[in-house]
Design a binder for this molecule. Structure first.
Ligand SMILES: [Zn+2]
Length: 332
């Protein structure tokens, strides 16, 4: 694993690099994506005074030897082949690009974001929580990529954390992206110390029935779920998960493609509903004092960056995460 620089003086557990942004021009007709979502969220957090530029933790780009901790040689070869990558990204035009351009415009940002997910594990151990302004490629597994996910950052982050910290044994993955998280579910198929909580739309990609069997607590949802249908389900699955498992660490894939109007998520959850969902997950982690690392996941509307900033601001307001806590009033 590339050496991650840790200088905790004044740093906040917001993991981000300007290198996260994709620089490719993606036609919305092929795959809707806000290529600058990471920077848009970070700049919004800075504008609101939640973090100053320079206080973020900047990860390293994962190279092939880092990725080999999880990925098979066959999959690493695919990451150097435009035709294979076009299939993974479901963007045929990628197959006609030069490999150097794909690296620079698409894959390197993802290698940085995956490094951020690994760093988010360390940062949450140190601070109790962290947020990676990227990552959450939950459709990628050790030997397979699809659904715009080429690098299995969730698996990499879990494995890196456990390799360095043997006291971390039980890991809960809470995946509330609109789509089923099939990649890490396949990677941890035979590992009962990883507990999977997944609420996803039944009729959307990837419909991986074999991976669905690996979900410990979950709920397949009908398309179009609104706040009244969605939020009680989140409350129930968190309560059930808490009864069944005691995690040492939580990775939370906070996809915002459940937001009303998302072209790929097809749910009808309001902005307030997304924020309430994130708050419920953090409330569970904070009350139980379990370190939690939040990763982006999907979300394909231009307004998602402001929503994510809103949600982080709400988490800060509710749990006092980013701003220095007010000193308690002296007792007389
Ligand atoms: Zn999704």
């Amino acid at each position: 694993m590339a050496q991650q620089a840790f200088n905790s003086a004044g740093q906040k557990p917001v993991i981000y690099s300007p290198s996260y942004d994709l620089t490719v021009e993606v036609s919305n007709a092929e795959h809707p994506v806000d290529t600058r979502k990471s920077s848009n969220v970070f700049n919004e957090l800075v504008r609101r005074g939640l973090i100053a530029a320079g206080q973020e933790m900047a990860p390293q780009r994962l190279n092939d030897s880092d990725l080999a901790a999880v990925h098979t040689p066959a999959h690493l070869e695919r990451l150097h082949d435009p035709v294979s990558l076009a299939k993974i990204f479901q963007v045929p035009a990628v197959g006609r690009m030069a490999m150097t351009d794909i690296d620079q415009e698409i894959l390197d940002p993802m290698r940085y974001q995956a490094g951020g997910s690994v760093m988010a594990g360390e940062a949450a151990l140190e601070h109790g929580w962290s947020v990676n302004l990227g990552g959450g490629y939950h459709h990628a597994s050790s030997d397979h990529g699809h659904g715009f996910c080429a690098i299995a950052d969730v698996t990499l982050a879990v494995q890196a954390l456990r390799a360095k910290h043997p006291e971390i044994k039980n890991v809960m993955i809470i995946d509330l992206d609109a789509h089923q998280g099939d990649g890490y579910a396949r990677d941890f198929k035979d590992d009962p110390s990883v507990f999977i909580v997944d609420v996803y739309a039944r009729n959307l990609f990837p419909k991986d029935e074999e991976a669905q069997e690996r979900i410990n607590v979950g709920q397949p949802m009908a398309l179009g779920a609104n706040d009244a249908e969605y939020l009680p389900v989140i409350e129930r699955v968190l309560s059930d998960a808490d009864k069944d498992f005691t995690p040492d660490f939580i990775f939370y894939i906070a996809g915002t493609d459940i937001l009303d109007g998302d072209p790929l998520g097809h749910a009808s959850v309001s902005r307030q509903g997304v924020m309430e969902r994130d708050e419920m997950v953090f409330k569970y982690a904070q009350e139980k004092e379990i370190p939690i690392a939040m990763l982006f996941g999907g979300g394909y509307q231009p307004n998602n960056a402001a929503l994510i900033a809103d949600s982080i601001e709400n988490l800060d307001r509710t749990f006092g995460l980013l701003r220095p806590k007010a000193a308690p009033k002296p007792s007389i």
